[in-house]
Ligand binder design. Structure first.
Ligand code: GLC
Length: 516
């Protein structure tokens, strides 16, 4: 055990430690300092999660940092949902369009899909370019894949689910006003406008036989797609470029819906005291938390100066505080900022002078991605040769010394461990809120799916926060599962729920009435 581990208090003794031994003293001290600022111990996790719960509650009551967006998805699927739907997923790197048939196998689906690259300029361009691009690709897709009239409704149109993974205020399910761009997007003319309307106009202009039925967040999609197959699903989460979750809330517990014609108009306090109240009197509403915005008031998260720098240099400083410390988009960038600092303080890259090109590469924001970070951490070779090649590849042939590689590996580990442990706070706060200690958190996103240690670290942290024993038997345990295809199948199932299309009339989850 290294000297650095002594001050850290975890509940579990077998928790991993990040730091290698036998580094030159200057580096060892620096690493010690970094380990201290990046370590989130159990007591801090608990405090963060408690505060998280308070912010979730505030968002259900009023305009607050965490928006707790009402989605108008008001039922879990039963697996009996049917029909054929088009879906669009506006992702970070690709635009994915699918034609999805929910087939007769319970929870089954047939999928035809195409991916179209999204040029980086589109993400920071103008609204018209973005929505024209989407509608043009949709037109190509329909021409190629929608062969017969079977998929069309009585108006001759195919229903469409649009997965738009940004915070949107929805007054109905087929509508959504963008609150703010997140994840580095900055398309002019969209914030404050209805993205469904912008897409509809582009579709109408091209006369496409398509009708937008539902606007869906990726987390709500993950929740519904996974519940379609796994009834133990309690939360849909994304730990990818961004970080967020959706879950089902009781309408009586959403005071801000009062006056909107839902059952929230009955007294919430009465609702909670009547434990036996029938479900039909207190229906469900999926909430897209948008909890990347947690702690925007900077009260509880242990931010480092690197987190502050990321925020300052982002297109929306002051927003998405939690996401900027824990999501995939930012982890590689945190590593890069520390490496720059180490260089500037003459602790790193001292043996040979860096070339102008190498300095320029190192100073390029977001040049190191989360995959770089994960590969660095997982390089099990003694000489760290793969990591050396990765540095050379990404940073203009920059070749770190062996000690620098070992230091960087420890750093990658510290950053990833902190990210996974912070991510656990959001889900734990939701579990506490809905009073559950058992269930599956269906997760999508590069960190959850591709980072080999994320699941274990996240589950350990959830257990620490909720005081659960390792391997507890019976109905206790929050497990991270792989989400089903939320932006495809999830969006299609939400269309089916919205239109009330089920294989049996009384077996369905009920028509979603987005016009409450
Ligand atoms: C960002 C978005 C949110 C999305 C998440 C994961 O936090 O604001 O809508 O769910 O990223 O993609």
């Amino acid at each position: 055990m290294s000297a650095f581990t002594e001050n850290i208090q975890f509940d579990r003794e077998d928790i991993e430690f990040a730091v290698p031994v036998d580094l030159p003293q200057e580096l060892e001290e620096e690493l010690q300092r970094l380990e201290k600022s990046f370590t989130v111990d159990t007591a801090t996790l608990k405090k963060i999660s408690k505060r998280f719960g308070e912010e979730l509650k505030a968002g259900l009551e009023r305009d607050a940092d965490i928006p707790m967006n009402v989605t108008w998805v008001t039922a879990f699927p039963t697996g009996q949902e049917r029909g054929t739907y088009l879906t669009i997923d506006l992702g970070g790197t690709n635009l994915r369009i699918c034609l999805i048939t929910l087939n007769d196998e319970p929870g089954g689906s047939d999928v035809k899909q195409e991916k179209y690259p999204l040029a980086a300029e589109i993400k920071t361009g103008a609204a018209d370019d973005l929505f024209s691009h989407i509608a043009d690709r949709l037109g190509e897709f329909v021409k190629k894949h929608v062969k017969d009239d079977e998929a069309k409704d009585e108006e001759g149109k195919v229903p469409l689910g649009f997965t738009f993974s940004y915070p949107a205020t929805q007054h109905r399910i087929d509508h959504g006003i963008l609150q703010t761009w997140t994840k580095g997007w900055d398309v002019d003319g969209v914030e404050g406008n209805d993205v469904a309307d912008l897409l509809n106009k582009a579709i109408q202009k091209r006369n496409l036989p398509v009708k937008l039925v539902a606007l869906v967040n990726d987390t709500t999609g993950a929740l519904i797609a996974s519940a379609y197959n796994d009834p133990d699903t309690i939360i849909g989460a994304v730990f990818g470029t961004g970080c967020n979750a959706a879950y089902m809330e009781r309408v009586s517990q959403i005071p801000k819906l009062k006056g909107k014609g839902t059952t929230a108009d009955s007294d919430a306090s009465t609702a909670t005291s009547e434990q036996s109240r029938a479900q039909k009197d207190d229906p469900l509403m999926a909430i897209n938390c948008e909890y990347g915005a947690f702690d925007n008031s900077h009260e509880i998260l242990p931010r480092t100066r690197y987190d502050e720098l990321i925020d300052e240099q982002s297109p929306r400083p002051g927003e998405q505080t939690f996401e900027k410390m824990s999501a995939g988009l930012y982890l590689g960038e945190i590593l890069r900022l520390i490496l720059v600092d180490l260089r500037d303080n003459q602790l790193f890259f001292t043996s040979a002078k860096l070339t102008d090109e190498q300095n320029k590469a190192l100073e390029t924001p977001y040049i190191l991605d989360t995959e770089f970070l994960a590969n660095l951490e997982n390089d099990g070779s003694e000489s760290l040769s793969d990591s050396k090649s990765a540095f050379q590849k990404f940073l203009a042939d920059l070749t770190p010394s062996f000690d620098e590689l070992r230091f960087s590996q420890a750093l990658a580990k510290l950053i990833a461990i902190r990210g996974a442990r912070l991510c656990a706070c959001g889900a734990s706060a939701i579990c506490s809120r809905i009073g559950t200690r058992y269930g599956h958190v269906a997760a999508d996103g590069s960190m959850a799916v591709k980072h080999p240690r994320f699941k274990e670290r996240w589950e350990d942290a959830v257990r620490e926060i909720l005081d659960m024993r390792m391997g507890a038997l019976g109905h206790e345990g929050i497990e991270l599962t792989n989400a089903e295809d939320g932006s495809g199948v999830g969006a299609a199932v939400i269309c089916a729920l919205t239109l009330g299309r089920t294989s049996s009339k009384d077996g369905g989850g009920g028509k979603v009435d987005g016009t409450h």
